[in-house]
Write a protein that binds this ligand. Structure first.
Ligand SMILES: Cc1cc2nc3c(=O)[nH]c(=O)nc-3n(C[C@H](O)[C@H](O)[C@H](O)COP(=O)(O)O)c2cc1C
Length: 459
């Protein structure tokens, strides 16, 4: 598995900008990131080595030889207008997705999961919580819950039509996800070495074969989409987008407005989206939903980017990584320390989120007293009924999180009683997520953009 952005992660930036920041904390954070990368790499290699000699059908040759018409999508997912949660390795685990939906995300992408890592997992459903877990050797590779089923897109890492076919057949067999997406943008070496991620940008024929395999594997009502980066020139980007659209496989296209060689700290290039818009116009009369990604840190900035570019759908990554309430449409971003992180850990406790992932995600959040993760953000709203967070509180929470060994320790560091939380029935735990989804569904039925939707509850 892969992760595109590490150096500019909000938690790290928050530390950099915080006068209390000490070199030890920054080093601890960097070590966590290194360890996470290493674990992901090992997981992919281990999964791949277990299955690489299996003789599977249809294989690449058979898939390429199949000239029967591709099944047509009947997906009714609304990609545009919309404000969506971007795929993020590790960060986009179930609690992040559910909290994003609660705060107003329209669709949520899973972390990228490599074809051979998901294929051959055991799929189990927990009777009490309803949690659906795809696991291998006791380790969750992907978890989801029926509450997000109409809104979750599973993102695949693949550079092999046959493995993509197997992985997508497997993950869609029980109707657990609404859509599947191909990652064509990750520039991390362990993704591109296998030809996956941004590697696919230089092998467009293979990229299109993988999309065709995904379309053949997924049931018709499951959408197929892909996420690309810009290529160095307008001509190259346009040729790629044209070729992808002409496969007739995709229900939506996301463009991360950076090139493969650009660093996350370099400003994105939203003005270059016009070259993609032109091709979408020519090829589909503007019908294909186009999603802009890059440097939208919160809902107001997403709206500004929509106005600037004319597209009506935006996907955000680092904003919600730091603070899932970045999706709130006009009420301002809420305190991580007092509101968002406690909500996150409550979901983690009730939905068996793995301790390593829980600690990692909490440590990546923007524990800041006065502003959100956006460089232009306004001051945080004080927690409802509580005084503004103090610096002292931030320091204590960070120290508590650093010392924690279990999800229960992490909960206590955030003022949540783990035993009490586990007694709460799952319907009650998920009530506000469900209500937020219902509100956004009814505003869509009323032909209203989910992005401009009315304010979500604060806490
Ligand atoms: C922690 C992290 C993990 C990411 N993992 C993925 C991934 O699994 N798949 C993917 O297509 N992009 C991944 N990305 C890239 C984001 O989806 C997004 O394209 C990029 O961060 C730019 O959006 P932003 O400016 O809103 O952060 C990741 C980014 C971050 C910060």
């Amino acid at each position: 598995m892969s992760a595109e952005v590490h150096s500019a992660a909000p938690a790290k930036r928050a530390l950099d900008e915080d006068p209390d920041h000490d070199a030890v904390a920054a080093e601890r954070h960097a070590a966590m990131k290194r360890q996470a990368n290493e674990e992901e790499k090992q997981m992919v290699e281990a999964s791949a080595s277990k299955v690489k000699h299996v003789d599977i059908h249809p294989n690449d040759e058979e898939l390429r030889a199949d000239t029967s018409p591709l099944p047509k999508s009947t997906s009714t997912l609304q990609f545009s207008p919309g404000l969506h949660l971007a795929p993020m390795v590790r960060i986009g685990s179930l609690p992040t997705r559910l909290l994003s939906l609660r705060y107003g995300a329209d669709l949520v992408w899973s972390p990228e999961i490599v074809d051979r890592a998901i294929f051959g997992c055991d799929r189990t459903v927990d009777e009490k919580s309803g949690l659906v877990a795809f696991s291998r050797e006791g380790k969750h590779i992907f978890t989801t819950h029926p509450v997000e089923r109409q809104r979750v897109i599973f993102q695949l890492g693949s550079a092999s039509p046959q493995w993509a076919y197997q992985a997508i057949s497997f993950v869609t067999a029980n109707d657990d996800v609404a859509g599947v997406d191909l990652n064509c943008g990750c520039p991390k070496p362990f993704s591109t070495i296998g030809g996956m991620g941004a590697g696919l940008l230089s092998t467009p024929d293979l990229l299109c074969d993988v999309l065709r395999a995904m379309r053949r594997a997924a049931p018709a009502h499951v959408s197929v989409s892909c996420k690309i980066r810009l290529l160095p020139t307008k001509e190259a980007t346009q040729a790629l987008v044209r070729q992808i659209i002409r496969t007739g496989t995709i229900d939506a296209l996301t463009v991360h407005c950076r090139t493969k060689d650009m660093r996350p700290r370099q400003p994105a290039l939203p003005h270059r989206l016009q070259e993609v818009i032109d091709v979408v116009q020519e090829e589909t009369a503007g019908e294909l939903p186009l999603i802009l990604n890059g440097d939208a840190w919160d809902a107001p900035e997403a709206r500004r980017l929509m106005k600037q570019t004319g597209v009506q759908a935006v996907m955000m990554a680092r904003g919600p990584e730091g603070n899932a309430s970045s999706f709130r449409s006009d009420g301002g971003v809420l305190s991580v320390a007092s509101v968002v992180a406690p909500q996150w850990v409550r979901l983690a406790l009730s939905l068996d989120n793995q301790p390593g992932n829980t600690k990692y995600c909490l440590n990546s959040m923007a524990f800041k007293a006065t502003s959100s993760v956006s460089p232009n953000a306004k001051p945080l709203q004080p927690p409802p009924g509580l005084p503004r967070d103090t610096k002292q509180k931030m320091v204590e929470i960070r120290q508590g999180l650093a010392k924690s060994k279990t999800v229960e320790d992490l909960a206590r560091a955030l003022g949540v009683d783990p035993d009490e939380q586990k007694k709460i029935p799952i319907d009650e735990v998920l009530r506000e997520v469900r209500e937020a989804i219902e509100r956004s569904s009814s505003s869509k039925e009323g032909n209203d953009s989910g992005t401009e939707m009315s304010e979500k509850p604060a806490a």
